[in-house]
Design a protein around this ligand. Structure first.
Ligand code: X8Z
Ligand code: ZN
Length: 616
């Protein structure tokens, strides 16, 4: 997050001012707006310092997993949570004042900044932060060793590549099952984690941790849930069509291994460990008559593009919009590939280490087409950090977390054949007839993700609220996966498994509704930037590469950070003030029409099973 100097200068001058005015200050016990301002300036300076210490500890813990780094990051995190909680409580004395809107917003954001609220009892808070660190470390250390532990083992980055490429159903099921073993040992700790974190949330005045998370969207938690439901209903019909088409194609390919009477798809056949994005099985579902398009992964392989070069393509795109080059330290300090000699958390992330110049990526790239998109996704975070680095500490954040997740993806939607031709990856753009296959390839990632993006936090909200008890963790997980995604476990599961633990964001405690929102927002952002660039053709063919006008639009929104309610930020960028799936629908309209034709007379949808833990 952004600029050290601004913060410390502002806070110390306010402190001097409050001392100078002390003789005229009103009697103790009746705080003034001026007191509230001074309090906040000090709070921001203090929190920023603790945040930076926390970032440094976390960086080392995730790029060098050992028992020691796990404890050190827990301790740093504990300090930040402790002080934030104390400051929230101390700040209550200003609640009755009629504060200026910016200041009032900072008090609110301070309270909502705790993704991991913790009890005020020091022993319990320490226990919670240690459990949290250990869950994250366990995910990072996770491996599958097909021939036993003395043989070659694979981390999640290797396994993801295998899930994308392997076409033998037996082998896919083995890889899937092998990786999912990472979850089981987390189960008990996760239950304790939820219990302690809920206690912290209640102390802050929220019903539970899930309610705290849902309060972070400039509306009530109930309004937020309703808004998600509204968006889901807009896009659900697209998913149903895609699901039906893909299922049929998979049965053509795999026969009985893909066919279930209830119409669901086994979760290991979709080219991704979590069946969350299906683009990797494009070859299996491509329309037979489609002209052959390009394969980005093959282009990257044949040109021997290394990890750093892949990230440089992303940087080059942002520079074409008018953004400054990334600092040298970014290239020196980032982790681009898995180190050979130690355990790391490979799940991609972007880091705002010192809230100023020191921004970094932590990724384990292999040069696949997914990696090309991930690099752009992560750079979206980095440019957001840089755009708000001069704002006060509590505004150094995305307009909401879905905005943060949508920036790089909106940029990556501009990776069109025309763009790839411009950067020399293609000799000439494929003909217009290739649009439909490209849209299908894109839908396999973007549309297929939607129900997954929604259900992760549906599960967590049920866990935090107590509606789902530890004894039913896995059942509730699979019920949601069946209901929303129409996918079923490839092998029998039990309650000694803990499949949510095999998805990074559960052990890492990263809220997930943000990614669902981002799938919707990114098309709104993309459409707005296409318009700014003067583009008027079909949305799916737009690339705003080299458009300074598009860059200016983006920058105007990014530079607001979290200083305003998110609908205002959205308005600056798009002229719209609410999340709206019309852009994603406009983008995919030709494909939707085509899928409906393909599915005519065929059964769509599925029925959920009576025993969600049982494989077909
Ligand atoms: O976690 C991520 C990013 C880091 S913020 C790589 N994503 C979600 C996921 O992998 O599950 C991006 C898409 C969804
Ligand atoms: Zn992200």
């Amino acid at each position: 997050m952004g600029s050290r100097n601004t913060i410390s200068i502002a806070s110390s001058s306010l402190l001097i001012l409050s001392l100078a005015l002390a003789p005229c200050a009103p009697a103790q016990g009746t705080p003034t707006i001026h007191d509230a301002q001074a309090f906040m300036a000090n709070a921001e300076a203090e929190l920023q310092k603790l945040y930076v210490m926390g970032q440094r500890a976390e960086w080392v813990a995730e790029t060098y997993i050992t028992g020691d780094t796990e404890i050190l990051t827990a301790a740093a995190n504990e300090q930040l949570i402790k002080r934030t909680t104390e400051l929230v409580n101390e700040g209550k004395r200003f609640e009755t004042l009629d504060l200026p809107p910016d200041l009032k917003r900072k008090f609110l954001l301070m309270k909502l900044s705790l993704t991991l609220p913790a009890p005020s009892d020091a022993r319990l808070r320490e226990e919670l932060t240690q459990v949290a660190s250990s869950l994250n470390a366990d995910y990072g250390k996770g491996k599958y060793c097909p021939g036993g532990e003395s043989e070659k083992c694979f981390g999640i980055d290797d396994l993801e590549e295998q899930m994308a490429k392997v076409r033998d159903p037996g082998q896919l099921a083995a890889i899937w099952e092998g990786w999912h073993k990472v979850g089981a040992p987390m189960r008990e700790r996760y239950a304790r984690f939820a219990e302690l974190s809920n206690q912290g949330a209640r102390e802050l005045g929220f019903a539970d941790t899930g309610a705290l998370w849902r309060s972070n969207y400039d509306m009530t938690p109930e309004q937020f849930s309703a808004d998600l439901e509204r968006l889901w209903k807009q896009v659900e019909p697209l998913y149903i069509e895609l699901h039906a088409y893909v299922r049929r194609k998979l049965i053509e390919e795999y026969g009985a291994a893909a066919e279930r009477k209830d119409g669901m798809i086994p979760a290991d056949l979709l080219g991704n460990m979590w069946a969350q994005e299906w683009g990797n099985i494009y070859d299996l579902v491509a329309p037979p008559s489609a002209p052959t398009t390009y394969d980005l992964g093959e282009i990257l392989q044949s040109r021997h593009k290394n990890a750093k070069e892949i990230v440089q393509y992303g940087e080059n795109f942002f520079r074409s919009l008018g953004y400054a080059p990334l600092p040298e330290t970014f290239w020196e300090r980032s982790q681009f590939t898995r180190p050979a000699d130690r355990d790391v958390v490979c799940h991609a992330s972007a880091w705002d280490i010192d809230t100023n110049e020191d921004v970094r990526l932590k990724v384990c790239l292999h040069g696949t087409s997914d990696d090309f998109i991930t690099a752009h996704h992560e750079l979206g975070h980095i440019y957001y950090f840089r755009a708000y680095e001069n704002l006060p500490f509590l505004f150094k954040n995305g307009a909401n977390d879905g905005f943060h997740e949508a920036i790089g993806d909106a940029i990556a939607l501009s990776i069109t054949p025309e763009y790839l031709t411009k950067i020399g990856f293609l000799d000439h753009a494929p003909p217009a007839e290739a649009d439909l296959p490209l849209l299908l390839r894109q839908a396999l990632d973007k549309i297929a993700f939607l129900p997954f993006g929604l259900l992760i936090d549906k599960w967590r909200w049920e866990v935090f609220s107590g509606q789902v008890k530890p004894a039913d963790y896995n059942k509730a997980w699979w019920e949601l996966r069946e209901k929303y995604q129409g996918v079923a476990p490839p092998v029998n599961r039990t309650e000694s498994d803990f499949d949510p633990g095999a998805k990074y964001h559960i052990p890492a405690n990263t809220p997930y509704a943000r990614y669902f929102l981002a799938r919707v927002y990114q098309f709104q952002f993309y459409r707005a930037m296409c318009r700014a660039a003067g583009y008027t053709g079909p949305l799916n063919r737009c690339s705003f590469y080299e458009s300074k006008a598009a860059g200016d639009k983006l920058q105007a929104m990014l530079a607001l950070g979290q200083s305003k309610p998110w609908p205002e930020a959205l308005q600056v960028m798009t002229g719209e003030d609410r999340a709206d799936a019309s852009a994603i629908i406009e983008y995919f309209q030709p494909l939707i029409d085509w899928l409906k034709q393909q599915n005519r007379g065929q059964k769509t949808g599925w029925t959920v099973s009576a025993d969600p833990l049982k494989a077909g």
